[in-house]
Design a protein around this ligand. Sequence first.
Ligand SMILES: [Mg+2]
Length: 280
Amino acid sequence: MTAQTTHTIETAVFDLDGTIYLGDGLLPGAQRLIETLRATGRRTVFCSNNPTKSTATYADKLTGLGIPTDEAEVFTSLAATVKWVTTVMPGAAVFPIGEQPLWEALSAAGVRISEDPEQIDLVISSYDRTFEYRKLQIAFDALWFHKRARLVATNPDRFCPFPGGRGEPDAACITAAITAGTGVECEAVFGKPERGLFDIISWATGLDPTTTVMVGDRLSTDIAFARNNGMISALVLTGETDRAMLEAAPAELQPDLVLESIDELIPLLDSGRQEIRTSS
Ligand SMILES: [Mg+2]
């Protein structure tokens, strides 16, 4: 390998919502960019903090939108959560406040699930549209009354954006409810921008962060994820972040590249990291 190729973008990691599609509509330029990346021998990886969908669901959605995708190309906060549970707390009885894909991912990894506050070693807070008082009570008893459980969250997001500016309350709201009642803070949060998800993607794909661009629409998760893990960062203005938010953001969340449309990345694919940083 020559010095020239080691400075070229070899892998592109994409956020999904607000980056590749918005709701059920593909965003302009996404298909052209993915096709160009693949046609030039580059690796494409998709990742999402949303723990309410399985990797198979995302692969099917992308494929249905015209971007043929294998499940192995998709990574979510669920994978990082399950990896943490099985390595840091093997054998633990876990109470997941989350939807079916979280329960299934834990069960598939052999994790013991319990709703008995006297048995629960770990409460996992997640994006849960079936959240109810009963679940809050179980978490409260396990964390505060029995003072035995630990608390983690699948992802740090406050809300999940929808087309037209609406959204749904996400995991941070559930975590806040639990912490408000018990005084127990989350000791680990998975998904972007944390290291755990990057480690799993890196291990599975063998990517080199110095030749990888991370493309996303949210500064606090996508751009922070790139910066925390040594990847080139590209913000696309088709989702959550607009120019005013970007200008108001602190220096540590400023991206290397700002794209109005995601396919503006195409002419930059053969640029080196240094060239990208100095040109933006
Ligand atoms: Mg997004």
